[in-house]
Design a protein around this ligand. Structure first.
Ligand SMILES: Cc1cc2nc3c(=O)[nH]c(=O)nc-3n(C[C@H](O)[C@H](O)[C@H](O)COP(=O)(O)O)c2cc1C
Length: 191
């Protein structure tokens, strides 16, 4: 494969497209789009989220110590992008988008009805990275669309996650399944 170099930067994909939902001291709800989000530990289940320190979402999470991570389905690409363009400081994004907050089980921040996969999280650590804050959140609960559940697992086509291509600023769909993880690689094991 012939290569070109890009130098230091943020071109890296795919990334998940998520709505981070948070609440301030008065219980006002904010929704922010974030793609710098990744599961980073299984035991305990922990997710990492990187937020610019100026985000309203960061202020809310600092106050409340909790947030929810909501996978954006590809059908919600417009509302997904919108929540990444405007701050909750200036506009009520729930009202503009018609997204529906639903009470979470363990945290004050709600989950979103329009998202098929939601994580309830509690902050366990924050790391300063220049202008960004890497927030580590323990996953307290997971909600998944019942329609995506079948006997052997979950149907990713029903979840239909929006995929973000960082650096080139494009949204894509998930595409086709090409293999089963922790399994298809066994083809290269000695017979
Ligand atoms: C696709 C996409 C991904 C984004 N990912 C992040 C991210 O991971 N971290 C971040 O701080 N901002 C990210 N942003 C920018 C914020 O969503 C944006 O600044 C937003 O207006 C902040 O809202 P708030 O002030 O209500 O929290 C992203 C924006 C888009 C469109």
């Amino acid at each position: 494969m012939n290569k070109k170099t890009l130098g230091p930067g943020i071109t890296f994909f795919p990334q998940p497209a998520t709505w981070i939902v948070s609440v301030d001291k008065e219980g006002e709800i904010d929704v922010m789009t974030a793609s710098w989000v990744s599961m980073v530990s299984k035991t305990p289940p922990t997710i990492a989220l990187s937020l610019h320190h100026g985000r309203q979402t960061y202020a809310n999470i600092q106050q409340s110590g909790v947030f929810t991570v909501n996978i954006i389905p590809s059908t919600q690409v417009v509302a997904g992008d919108y929540c990444g363009l405007i701050s909750g400081r200036d506009v009520d994004k729930l009202a503009t988008t018609d997204l529906t907050p639903v009470a979470a089980l363990h945290v004050a921040a709600p989950i979103l009805a329009e998202s098929p996969l939601n994580l309830e999280c509690r902050v366990i650590n924050t790391v300063v990275i220049g202008e960004y804050r890497l927030i580590l959140g323990e996953v307290l609960e997971i909600h998944i669309a019942a329609a995506a559940c079948h006997d052997h697992g979950y149907d990713a086509a029903v979840i239909d996650p929006l995929v973000y291509l960082g650096g080139i600023r494009e949204y894509w769909g998930l595409g086709e399944k090409v293999g089963t993880a922790y399994s298809i690689g066994k083809e290269l094991l000695p017979k």
